[in-house]
Write a protein that binds this ligand. Structure first.
Ligand code: RIB
Length: 332
């Protein structure tokens, strides 16, 4: 049985263009129509009429649900989604859900009323979240291991291990953590990586070295206070912040307390947003392939919309440790 992807490959046009040519030929140029019809004949494609009707009623849009539009990392993911959607004839609708499951649910209802054909979620699936309904075409672009539907992600545990190992290699043994919200699956996985690194190096965990923010600059600034108020002998000599925004906020807090980075205390972030490179000092961090996470998620949801996929996908993209000036060797 041939399918729409084969038609698109043989015709040299996108699957969206093939769909349009078959459902609304008046909206497609003569030249493209000919390419599509020739390809249909060549691969003997016989579209089923139900699918055909469905195509005609398509909204040609994807709904992107972002937990915090001000976080630059998510902006990069959205660019990857937008470019892929555009190339395939889709537009993007954006919902800034402020990390609220309830706001997400409201947007999802719009998809159910066909204002959009598929959903890309950027908030990781939390343990207690309900599993999305079977008929929804939904992909998580910033997922975690164990996401019960299609997801694209990095190995958050491994990435966190990489950055904590780097701090340990620099001689640090008292390593503080600025976690994201405690129930966020990324926080949980990154904390797991932190504990694995400590255990591998024979360093006993100390819960006084862990504080929480909410992934924002302001919360990073406040979290720095948790450490700067400690007596110097208890203070960590290095801090792992679970994202760059909080690390940049914390940098400000450390400076306000007259601590020099990295001479008095090292700090590392996570994400490698543009700001990481422009902060002073520039941040050591984990690069997440934000654009590619978005591109792969969009690609995947388009395949789901086309009915081309059966099995649930768990796509893991590589991360990279980026060494800059905010981390240095532990000074006795
Ligand atoms: O939700 C905020 C954080 O989770 C981002 O900064 C990024 O690290 C994402 O994975």
């Amino acid at each position: 049985m041939s399918n729409i992807r084969e038609v698109s490959r043989v015709a040299g046009v996108s699957t969206a263009t093939v769909s349009r040519a078959l459902s609304t030929p008046d909206k497609v140029s003569e030249k493209t129509l000919k390419k599509v019809y020739d390809a249909v004949e060549k691969v003997q494609y016989r579209p089923n009429m139900m699918a055909q009707n469905f195509r005609a009623t398509r909204a040609w849009s994807l709904m992107v649900l972002v937990p915090d539009i001000t976080n630059r990392f998510f902006a990069t993911v959205i660019q990857g989604i937008e470019d892929t959607a555009q190339k395939n004839g889709y537009s993007v609708l954006l919902g800034d859900t402020r990390d609220s499951e309830q706001r997400e649910a409201e947007y999802i209802r719009r998809v159910e009323t066909r204002q959009s054909d598929g959903i890309i979620q950027l908030r990781p699936h939390h343990k207690g979240d309900p599993k999305p309904a079977e008929h929804l075409k939904i992909v998580n672009a910033c997922g975690c291991e164990g996401t019960p539907y299609d997801c694209v992600r990095i190995d958050n545990v491994g990435a966190s291990r990489a950055i904590v190992d780097h701090l340990i290699d620099m001689g640090h043994r008292r390593i503080g953590v600025i976690s994201g919200l405690a129930d966020n699956p990324h926080s949980i996985d990154r904390l797991k990586g932190y504990h694995q690194s400590l255990a591998a190096a024979g360093i006993a965990p100390d819960s006084s070295l862990i504080t929480h923010g909410d992934f924002t600059l302001w919360s990073g600034l406040q979290a720095a206070g948790h450490f700067t108020r400690m007596p110097a002998r208890h203070r960590p000599t290095a801090i792992f912040s679970m994202n760059d925004d909080m690390a940049i906020g914390a940098l400000q807090g450390l400076k306000n307390a007259s601590l020099r980075v990295p001479d008095d205390i090292s700090i590392a972030g996570f994400d490698d947003t543009e700001y990481a490179r422009f902060s002073d000092p520039a941040l050591t961090t984990i690069a997440q392939p934000g654009y590619d996470l978005g591109r792969c998620a969009a690609d995947r949801v388009l395949r789901l919309i086309e009915g081309d996929e059966d099995a649930t996908a768990d796509i893991v993209l590589p991360h990279e440790l980026i060494l800059r000036q905010s981390t240095g060797a532990h000074r006795k």
